[in-house]
Design a binder for this molecule. Sequence first.
Ligand code: PAF
Length: 286
Amino acid sequence: MKIIHSLGAMTAWSERLRREGVTIGCVPTMGALHDGHRALIRTARLRCDALVVSIFVNPTQFGPAEDLAKYPRPIGKDRELCREEGVDVCFEPSAAAMYPVGFQTVVTVPSIATRWEGEARPHHFAGVATVVTKLFGIVRPHLALFGQKDYQQAALVRQLAKDLSLGVEIVVRPTVREQDGLAMSSRNVYLSPDERIVAPTLYKSLQAGAEAIRNGTTDASAVQSAMAAVVRREPALTVDYLSVCEPLTLEPLSIVISKAVLLGAVRLGFIRLIDNLMVTMPAGRR
Ligand code: PAF
């Protein structure tokens, strides 16, 4: 496995393979890789001839009060996982190379980025959209994989790849969960043992919402109440949002007709947990 730090060397590697007709897959990450990333890497490995995993803790997607400085950076372990999974290149650029003095451009996807995570983290999605666009420009992949865990991020990346005709197919893979339902996340390492016990409640609340829909509840506020009732049982949790949305636009729904995505974010001590669940109303109930 090659480790490439230089932007130019990364592009040269990809361009050479593209000329030979090789298909290139890319899994963009901020490192601290877990089984969710492993699942993305495995899918990419099956679908592409050559595979790049980028590891870059992108400063522009962190707010001033967020965890940039203490974000986990177990680079040795990350490279090991990539080697195990047959990754061809770990692309590890520096922040100075990605954002040299004079860097100005910001990519925004206003309609998708404004709500939900965008409200809680105002500059986050501009940081994500800009770095992903830049990574695509450097790595030049045919295919890029993202986890459904970050549903809004995946929707935003799909939209920008389409709007800007980037020529990259965006593939979104299902969330990988711990046995008790907690969605895998690099930030789960911050949870104390007590918080870890409470953390799966968010997923349980989304399941309660999904069950209400499957049982015929169409009123989105009733679905929200079903979700909120589960979270309320855990006093350590504070709700940021529990919403019932249209799966593509992420606009809030008032009535569920056929499909919805349930999006949730809660605070647990200093940690924010996010999760989501797609739900389809059974045909007989529509
Ligand atoms: O999901 C992540 O790890 C990051 O937001 C991403 C897509 C790698 C951009 O920095």
